[in-house]
Each structure stands twice: as C-alpha cells, then as structure tokens.
Design a protein around this ligand. Structure first.
Ligand code: TLP
Length: 435
C-alpha cells in the first residue's frame, strides 16, 4: 500500500482528504483520494526556496525523505520502482492530472541559468524571450505571462468585457465549473451557460442564446470556448465546429476567448497546426503546467492592443511580477521541446482505456479517448466514486473523482507503456479485491 499521497498542501483543500464526501464535491483534477494520508503539514525544510545549485537527484532524494512534497518521477510509479511482485514498497502511479508533471532537469537548469530583471519595468529578458516565442508558437501578435490558467482566463475576460456584460460559455467549461465563480465575483460579468455534447456547443443554440442589444438586457460581449474540453474527457472540438462557433459569435458582435489550457493536445489530435484554432479567436490561454511539465505559469496571447489591456488587468489583480524569468525559463524549454511528445500521452491514454475497458465493473467509451484523459464509468462496480478511489489508492493508483459515477485518469510524461501496464495490473487487482 502506498505510504502517502504525493501532495502535502491542498489535497484536503481540493477534496482529496479523508472526508468521505470529498469526491462528491468533484474537486477538479485535484483530489479524490478519500482516506489517503493527505493533510500532512508542509515540512519546515521544504525545498520551496531551494538553492538553484541543488541538483534534481538531490531534490528527489529529499523528496523521498519528505514523502509528500517533492515527488520526483519515482512518485509516478515508474516501473522497476516497486509494485507487482518486486517485493519493494509500491510507489503510487499518479494519474490524477497532467498538472502533476514535474519540471524536467533541463527546465531546472534553465531556471538556474536564466538572465533576470524586473518584469514590472519590462526588464526581464527571459520573460521577453518567452512572450515573443509564445506569441509566435500560438500564431498571435503578442503574449503575456500569467501565474495560472485561471488567472489567464480571468484576465482575458476582464480585458474583453466590462462589469455587467454577458459572457456565453459552456456550463461544463472550466471557467464556469471550476473557477470559483470569479467571472461573476471578481470580474462582475454575467454568465450565460450553454449546454454541450462531448464538449461541443451547438452553433444554433449559441445563435439563439445571444440576446438582442436592448436597454433591459446585459450586453452580450464574449464567447468563451474550451479545447481540449476537460469535463468532456479531453475531447477535441474539431476545427470546422470551432470556426463555425467563432463565426456565429463574431456576426453578433461578440469577441471570442479560447481556454486553450491544452490547445496543443487538441491541435495534435486533430492533426492541424495550432493556428487553425487560434487565428479564429481574439485571445487564447495556454497552460504551461499541464502536459508541458512546467512548475508554474500560463500564457495569454492575442493582438498587441489586447495584450496591453491584459497587462493592466493582470496588474490590477495583483499579478504584476518581478524576476519572473524563473517562470518563463522553463516555459521556453516547454515551447521548444515538449509539444510534440504530447502525442505519447495520447497513445498511453488509449492503451489505458483499452485495458480498463476489459475489466469487469468499469466502462470506458474508447472512442471518446482523443487526447490524454480517460473517463471511466464505474456504475457496474457497485462502488461509490469515493470507495473506488480509495480502493485504487490502496492498490497504488491515484485518480480523481467525477461523481456520482465517473473517475478521471490522465496520462503525462511520467508514464511510459510499462507504467500504464503496471497501472492496469493494479486496477485489475483493486477490482478483484473484495474488501
Ligand atoms: N484543470 C485542472 C483542474 O482544475 C480541473 C485539471 O486537473 O485538469 N482550463 C482548463 C481547461 C483546465 O483544465 C484548467 C485546470 C484550468 C483552465 C486552470 O488552470 P490552473 O490550474 O493553472 O489555474
């Protein structure tokens, strides 16, 4: 049995703590390890401000000691590091999210070597290099480094719309479902939630939801799209539908923001350059912390005018930064070298899905696995989401809950084929276990 979860801070906050009701709160990609030891306080010697000269292996060593905080790739249950039949302690295979990825050694070196300056004065050369590269890779005029995907989405909405304006978006979108209602509470915007099927909004439904401009109504100002679509299981919105939705919005005078936390996953899966998506929108947010493995940061891209407005909004939200090159440096490594390998995560997700589909009590629609996420329907197991997560955790697999009857598994760069096969063996064992 794994000795601990991989995270010290936040598992309880994110609903992964011991409370049996935790998964029922559907804590995003966060929690869902009911019963797991997850509330350990941050150790006083945690390496949050570690010396840059510290090597990755030294950090891993300390991580093994601390157990929870610094979880090197070993914590992702690499094969040969315990588990089935090895007689060594089992290390959990962490399939909770692609947010669980750790910086590569090259990223840590880039952080240590980055030339730095005060970004508030536009004097951080690493940030400048990163933003230029991000704009180019995303096919937009300009880009802005932000601290998180949530912040990127919020900044974008506030730069596009005024308090009281209406934002049309999928009711299952990350912005609406998981971002703490900040579009209303912070930005003062009025959400108009739409339905979607497999992450796809119907253009006719969008058209009829856009209200006429009238003194009595909030002003419809913005359409937010999401691709890949998280709650739909990492599904890809095809370029043709994306184009059509943007066209409908534009004809009605709306701007379009794309939550492209995983837009490169979408482009790779659709077999198109990312510009096929981004050229249709006014802004796009890309997360560096998902499959791209950075420890921190997201980027917002759009026209020069938009980015100038976004810069002011970011500052209003307290997101102005100083030597932010330490965030931008791994971002450069990610944009230069981590994008193409996302296809491996997709392949591994399909392998995982095929293996799970063969297990009694668990159901996967394999055709729905288009990128790095596998949503599993566990109704046939007779277990609650919490009970299943606890059982998987005891068997050495960490997943997240999508109650009442689904769990989510996400592949990332720490998993190779052998890790996936080991995960499948553990899941099979967990499903046989009568306890
Ligand atoms: N997604 C996380 C959870 O919050 C659900 C995950 O594990 O998948 N947009 C999309 C589509 C996302 O999936 C996420 C994070 C965000 C935005 C927010 O990014 P961060 O966590 O950087 O604020």
């Amino acid at each position: 049995m794994p000795s601990s979860s991989c995270r010290s801070r936040g598992a309880a906050e994110l609903g992964g703590g011991g409370s049996p009701s935790s998964a029922a709160h559907d804590p995003g990609g966060g929690g869902g390890i009911p019963g797991a030891a997850s509330t350990a306080p941050r150790p006083p010697h945690a390496p949050s401000n570690h010396d840059h000269s510290e090597t990755t292996s030294r950090m891993r060593e300390r991580g093994a000691f601390m157990g929870l905080l610094w979880h090197g790739p070993a914590c992702h249950g690499a094969p040969g590091e315990g588990g089935s039949g090895t007689g060594r302690p089992m290390i959990p295979i962490n399939l909770r999210s692609d947010t669980q990825t750790l910086p590569t050694p090259q990223m840590l070196e880039a952080i240590a070597a980055a030339p730095l300056g005060d970004d508030t004065y536009d004097e951080d050369p690493t940030v400048a290099r990163f933003e230029a590269l991000a704009a180019e890779r995303l096919g937009m005029e300009a880009a802005l480094l932000v601290l998180s995907g949530h912040m990127g989405n919020l900044v974008a909405m506030m730069a596009h719309a005024q308090p009281g304006d209406e934002v049309l978006l999928d009711r299952d979108s990350h912005i609406y479902y998981y971002e703490v209602g900040s579009l209303a509470s912070v930005a003062g915007l009025m959400p108009w939630p739409l339905r979607s099927e497999a992450g796809r909004i119907d253009p006719d439904e969008l058209r009829s939801a856009i209200r006429a401009r009238d003194l009595h109504y909030p002003r419809p100002a913005l359409l937010c799209l999401e691709n890949t679509h998280n709650r739909a299981g990492g599904r890809v919105v095809p370029p043709s539908l994306h184009r059509e939705l943007c066209r409908v919005a534009r004809e009605a005078g709306l701007r379009v923001h794309l939550d492209g936390a995983r837009i490169f996953n979408a482009a790779i899966a659709a077999g198109v350059p990312v510009s096929e998506y981004t050229r249709e929108v006014d802004s796009v947010m890309l997360c560096l912390t998902k499959g791209l493995s950075c420890p921190l940061g997201s980027v917002l891209a759009g026209s020069r005018d938009f980015i100038a407005r976004a810069d002011r909004v970011r500052r209003r939200l307290g997101g102005g930064m100083r030597q932010a090159g330490v965030i931008a440096a791994p971002g450069i490594v990610a944009l230069e070298g981590m994008i193409d390998r996302l296809a491996d995560d997709h392949r591994h997700a399909r392998r995982l899905a095929a293996g799970i589909a063969a297990l009694l009590g668990l159901e996967v629609d394999e055709s729905s696995v288009e990128t790095n996420m596998v949503y599993v329907d566990h109704r046939g197991s007779g277990l609650s989401t919490d009970a299943l997560l606890a059982r998987l955790h005891a068997a050495g697999v960490i997943a997240s809950g999508r109650p009442p009857h689904q769990i989510r598994l996400v592949t990332n760069r720490h998993h190779d084929e052998a890790t996936i096969d080991e995960a499948l063996a553990r899941i099979a064992r967990a499903m046989q276990d009568p306890t």
